[in-house]
Design a protein around this ligand. Structure first.
Ligand code: ADP
Length: 303
């Protein structure tokens, strides 16, 4: 059996003249919890929709479970749970009808699984879908994606609209599924979600993968987050980014020589200092803005 649940090679999609994605090569092994990070418009949904055969690629290939989406569509889809970034339901239906229909489309009875998921997500199955809040629509779509216990979950911006308590419960469910062997592909523009939950990740920007690997490796960088209380001459240092000065001190990302930083601090009046590893969010911004700078040759601007 093929160990790679998702595999794409040079997957490319143009909408007419507009680039959706370009040369996306991804490998997600069975059982992985994989994050797909990128800002809005980067190409996450296009990748997912191409993977699922909802749109045809302009070039390249995508395989799920080692199977070809064009020839083995039915077989693949019976093993996949997909949560689209935007949900739409047939009007006039109740949540329970939507869940039943979704289960029937997969040829499975999932009543007990649906009941348990609705309970955990506090979703009332008797409610009419037309009257649901954004959060409850999202929960309905989550139950549709999860209730048949698929081998692969593809989740496109799943937490958008969920309140923080429900987000926590949702990720708890995902962690349980992951521990049970489900492969999870999670797209998000919220880096902390990826950092806290995923083992591996790929970063997409302007339709291309700009970095991929283990979340630990992606988080590893020479840059440090520096917080000081007191005063020092920041202009004497190169490698300072995202400088935020307050009356009490400053906070910045530092990518320069550590000895030089310590020397400038020694010349200042520092009451306290902390030097820590930046989180993935900062690294992403850093990487993203640096790349943009390299592309356009414009002076660096903090976003
Ligand atoms: P993300 O999911 O990361 O927000 P998308 O995959 O939706 O990004 O979009 C990637 C690029 O493709 C964007 O430039 C977007 O405007 C374009 N795009 C997406 N869908 C369409 C479409 N149906 N027609 C034309 N352009 C599209």
């Amino acid at each position: 059996m093929n160990e790679n649940v998702i595999q794409t090679e040079n997957l490319t999609k143009y909408y007419g003249q507009t680039r959706g994605i370009e040369q996306i090569s991804l490998t997600v092994p069975r059982g992985d919890f994989f994050g797909f990070i990128g800002p809005n418009g980067a190409g996450k949904s296009t990748t997912i929709r191409t993977l699922l055969g909802l749109i045809r690629p302009t070039g390249g290939v995508a395989k799920l479970f080692g199977l070809d989406m064009i020839n083995d569509r039915e077989q693949i889809l019976s093993r996949v749970g997909y949560l689209p970034s935007e949900t739409s339901f047939y009007p006039g239906m109740r949540v329970r009808d939507v869940l039943k229909l979704s289960a029937e489309l997969r040829g499975r009875g999932c009543t007990e699984a649906a009941r348990l998921l609705c309970g955990r997500l506090q979703l009332d199955p008797a409610r009419k879908v037309d009257e649901l809040s954004l959060g409850n629509r999202k929960k309905t779509a989550i139950v549709c994606a999860l209730q048949h216990n698929p081998d692969l979950l593809i989740l496109d911006e799943p937490t958008n609209g969920l309140d923080p308590l429900m987000q926590r419960e949702f990720f708890e469910i995902l962690r349980e599924r992951s521990a049970g062997g489900t492969t999870i592909f999670l797209s998000s523009h919220i880096l902390s979600e990826i950092q806290h939950n995923c083992a591996h990740a790929a970063i997409i920007r302007d339709g291309r993968i700009i970095a991929s690997g283990s979340v630990k490796d992606l988080s590893r960088t020479g840059a440090r987050r520096v917080s000081i209380r007191g005063r020092m001459d920041y202009d004497a240092l190169s490698g300072v980014k995202n400088l935020c000065i307050s009356p009490d001190g400053a906070d910045f990302l530092y990518n320069g020589d550590m000895q030089a930083l310590l020397a400038v601090m020694a010349n200042g009046t520092i009451r306290d200092v902390s030097i820590t590893e930046p989180d993935l969010e900062e690294i992403f911004l850093h990487c993203y803005t640096d790349q943009r700078k390299a592309d356009t040759n414009q002076p660096f601007q903090s976003t």
